[in-house]
Design a protein around this ligand. Sequence first.
Ligand code: APR
Length: 256
Amino acid sequence: MEDKIREVARLIANAKKVVVFVGAGLSTESGIPDFRSPGGVWDKYDPADFDFHNFLTRESSREKYWQMATEMYEAMRDAKPNAGHLAIAELERLGKLDCLITQNIDGLHFKAGNSETRVFELHGTAMHVACLDCHRRYERDPIQERIAAGDRAPRCDSCGGPLKPATISFGQSMPERETAEAFRRSAECDLFIVIGSSLVVYPAAQMPVEAKRSGAKLVIINRDATPCDKIANVILNGPAGQIMESILQKVKEERV
Ligand code: APR
């Protein structure tokens, strides 16, 4: 592992454009469960209950969705960025981060110090709520207060439309600008680092493939194997926080 840590640090030091791509595995060390590990979100809830079409068509689905989303939000609201988030924020401070493509909705990259302009939230964010009709945005906490006061499926103050956390559910279209820009950056970088993702959900999982196809080196830091391992230049299987902390230590040593 030590020699791989040194190899990745050298790749970062020599790279002109580093793209970091993360999934829920980056946030498990902050106490937020991922989706597909044992005990993850999909062990607890049925993905079908998060389906966007159901949310749109049935009040009962909206109520069930808000009950589950409230439970998940409570784990995120007070979560702290861990060593992995802090290392990625450090990369930006060192001027070595072209952009961060995240599938996570927990807002921890901003708490860690990454700037909004460098982060693409492919699956939206749980920190805001949006009206599905007029697209008015709300802070999440005031809407949670309405839920706590008994409003089981809140509606928009402006137009009466259904409110939903500003996350992307199965069946809901991805944010066009963020997705297009993330694909463009993936194809233009010379180093693509995946951290804490099973790489099974598309179109996000296509990005490391595009990067590799465009000539970038591909590094995968993940506890378990992924379908992209066969095209990776370096694979580090283990805890993201500890591995990223060691890599940044080496990057800073190389720079002095
Ligand atoms: N360190 C390193 N890797 C970890 C850690 C950790 N501490 N904890 C978990 N992992 C790895 C797991 O081995 C797993 O391969 O992170 C990966 C998490 O995979 P998923 O749970 O599938 O999460 P993700 O890849 O982000 O899922 C993508 O699926 O359900 C949708 O919208 C949801 O954005 C999510 C998308």
